[in-house]
Design a protein around this ligand. Structure first.
Ligand SMILES: [Zn+2]
Ligand SMILES: [Zn+2]
Length: 211
């Protein structure tokens, strides 16, 4: 009887060890997918690793506690990279730009204005009109620079990344659509996004005037 108890506790411990190994492996895989794709979906992960969605939830919870990702509805996104350029703040709202959302506006006087995200960057472009010679947005998934006019934007998704209404830039329309699929919002081109922000701005201005 005693041997049986010892044996069982040994098996339990061994089993626990095995589970930890599998969990550590899953965590690694989740993080490397996040790096590759910019998003992970709980549903897909649960299918690919053949574990319950609850298990994936717990994995993401733990990784979030460790500060390695950020949970959003139905999945997770990378933690935004902090402070890319020291001492530089958004020329519109004075928050510190993040490498994955920042925009740079190149002005006719040769200066460069940095914005925290397309929300501020596009507002700035609308405000300064012809003074803006060119504008670059950062692809939200990959962080590379893309011409603002050529980018595709996801407007007002369910996640808040920087300023609201949230506007995120993507180089690839398909990436924008994939992001929209997971996190909602509208996929718009440059012109439509400018119109959208313009209307949102007028609405908030009118709102202020009423008070
Ligand atoms: Zn800003
Ligand atoms: Zn912002």
């Amino acid at each position: 009887m005693l041997e049986f108890v010892i044996m069982r506790s040994f098996i339990k411990r061994y089993d626990h060890f095995g589970k930890n190994m599998l969990q550590a492996h899953r965590h690694q895989q989740i993080l490397s997918r996040l790096q590759e794709n910019g998003i992970v979906h709980i549903h897909e992960l649960s299918q690919d690793f053949a574990v319950s969605e609850m298990t994936i939830h717990r994995d993401l919870d733990q990784l979030e506690t460790e500060g390695r990702l950020r949970k959003v509805r139905g999945g997770a996104i990378p933690v935004p990279a902090p402070t890319p350029v020291q001492g530089e703040v958004c020329f519109m709202c004075h928050t510190t730009p993040r490498s994955q959302t920042q925009m740079t506006l190149h002005m006719s006087n040769g200066s460069v204005q940095r914005a925290c995200c397309p929300h501020c960057g596009l507002h700035g472009m609308a405000m300064m009109g012809d003074q803006v010679v060119s504008a670059l947005a950062s692809d939200f998934l990959r962080g590379n620079a893309v011409t603002a006019q050529a980018a595709t934007y996801v407007v007002q998704p369910d996640v808040t990344i920087c300023c609201t209404p949230t506007v995120l830039a993507f180089q690839d329309v398909e990436d924008a659509k994939r992001f929209q699929h997971g996190f909602g919002g509208e996929v718009l081109n440059f012109t439509k996004t400018m119109q959208y922000l313009n209307e949102a701005m007028h609405l908030s201005t009118n709102h202020h005037e009423e008070h």
